[in-house]
Design a protein around this ligand. Structure first.
Ligand code: ARG
Length: 428
């Protein structure tokens, strides 16, 4: 390993202890590395503005940082156990290339604010991705609600209840994903605050241009209190996981629906081949593994939230415990976004068996319609309810479409109002 940043010339390095401290940290830092470089560039420009770097020094450092980013992206620079972490790798690279100028990059900053700023930049992008995926899922649901609207049974307690439709089902998930996209956007604002310049958690005795750096990194605001900047670590990640978790709760429900609908017993939905797998022993099997793993993805986020919550039991200021927030956050974000990308594809590819679904709508499912009609005509509702109970024969001539029209046509209480949803989506 290259000499750690904190080596004063006589550091005693025990490889096993170092490995314990680093864990998988340096490898995980690959996901934050470009953000760390981006923030380093803003820091360097800020140092020049307060005349701690000359223009030439600034330019050499900026060129060095750009070169590092390029080499990293092309796989020529590998971030690995040679370095204690990504932050150390940046300084080591610049020092190697630029000598003393490289040694100046850390003026007025600490790895404590470096990891914070990189994490916030990463999560800002991640939340943008989350919003994008949710919007895409909503868009597909809206399209399918409008174009593939056929009757299907509606369930409560998993028992047949009243006629529903694929339009109602898709519209439900459209609205859910619009709300989830909204939450991702709100959460982005929560995260969008700049910690860089708070150093180790107590500020530094330099007139750092915190506002300029904040603008350059396009943060909405500055994190003013250096102590709070540290204390907020783990909390902003938790909030981002909560936003992701909300979307994945809907994915879990959707996956459950599809798990049922694709059974031979329901046979409402057929999954395209590419979303299924086979069994290693049972030649007859066609399994909805993708749907099941989508369902499981909320568990990954839930686990990550639990890890974070258990970590956040610390006194004020930086503690190395906080490093342990990185693995669960990165794992959950990656898994969650992958799941959401697949959900959109899956939603677009579902094939419904309209005939089979219509067969599953039996006359008793019109009972509520009938009771409500009688009530509309003046019979007290409880009386109407009793009159209808058991008199299923009277309902035999009804059709699912009539039932749906009375509820979901324009002005009806369950009008899908896809235009309103489309507008909400467009305004996000
Ligand atoms: N990998 C460390 C973390 O994630 C970076 C900060 C190290 N700071 C320190 N004081 N040891 O927290």
């Amino acid at each position: 390993m290259s000499s750690p940043l904190w080596d004063k010339g006589n550091a005693e390095i025990d490889a096993r202890i170092m490995r314990f401290c680093a864990g998988e940290d340096v490898v995980l830092d690959r996901q934050l590395f470009l953000y760390d470089i981006q923030a380093s560039k803003a820091h360097v420009r800020g140092l020049e503005r307060i005349e701690l770097l000359s223009e030439e020094e600034r330019d050499s450092l900026l060129e060095g940082l750009d070169a590092l980013a390029g080499e990293f992206e092309r796989g020529e620079f590998v971030l690995d156990e040679r370095f204690e972490d990504g932050h150390s790798a940046i300084e080591a690279y610049l020092t190697d290339k630029l000598g003393d100028v490289g040694r100046k990059v850390h003026t007025g900053r600490s790895r404590n604010d470096q990891v914070l700023v990189a994490s916030r930049l990463y999560l800002r992008d991640t939340l943008d991705e989350l919003a994008k995926h949710c919007k895409r899922a909503a868009e597909i649901c809206l399209e399918r609600a409008a174009n593939d609207d056929v009757p299907m049974p509606g369930y409560t307690h998993l028992q047949r209840a009243v006629p529903s439709s694929t339009g109602m089902w898709f519209a439900a998930f459209a609205e859910a994903f619009i709300d989830n996209a909204r939450l991702a956007k709100h959460t982005r604002t929560f995260v969008d605050s700049n910690p860089l310049g708070t150093a180790a958690g107590y500020g530094v005795n330099l007139p750092l241009d915190r506002d300029g750096v904040t603008d350059e990194l396009d943060f909405e605001r500055v994190q003013l209190s250096p102590i709070y900047a540290q204390n907020s670590r783990g909390k902003f990640e938790l909030q981002a996981l909560m936003a992701l978790g909300q979307a994945l709760l809907d994915v879990r429900r959707l996956a459950w629906d599809l798990s049922l609908f694709t059974t031979r017993e329901f046979s409402f939905v057929e999954l395209p081949d590419r979303f299924t797998t086979g069994s290693s022993i049972m030649p007859n099997k066609r399994n909805p593994d993708v749907v099941e793993l989508l369902r499981a993805s909320y568990g990954v986020v839930q686990g990550a939230m639990a890890e974070l919550q258990s970590l956040l039991s610390l006194s004020s200021g930086y503690h190395r415990d906080l490093q342990a927030s990185k693995p669960p956050v990165l794992r959950a974000m990656t898994r969650g976004l992958d799941a959401l990308a697949i959900v959109s594809e899956l939603l677009g590819a579902l094939e419904f068996d309209a005939e089979r679904m219509a067969e599953a709508i039996e006359p008793e499912m019109y009972a509520t319609d009938r009771a409500v009609e009688l009530a509309r005509d003046g019979v007290p509702f409880r009386e109407a309810y009793r009159q209808v109970a058991g008199a299923w024969d009277e309902l035999a001539s009804r059709t699912p479409q009539q039932s749906l029209d009375a509820r979901t046509s324009p002005g009806g209480a369950a009008d899908l109002r896809l235009d309103v949803l489309r507008e909400r989506l467009a305004n996000l």
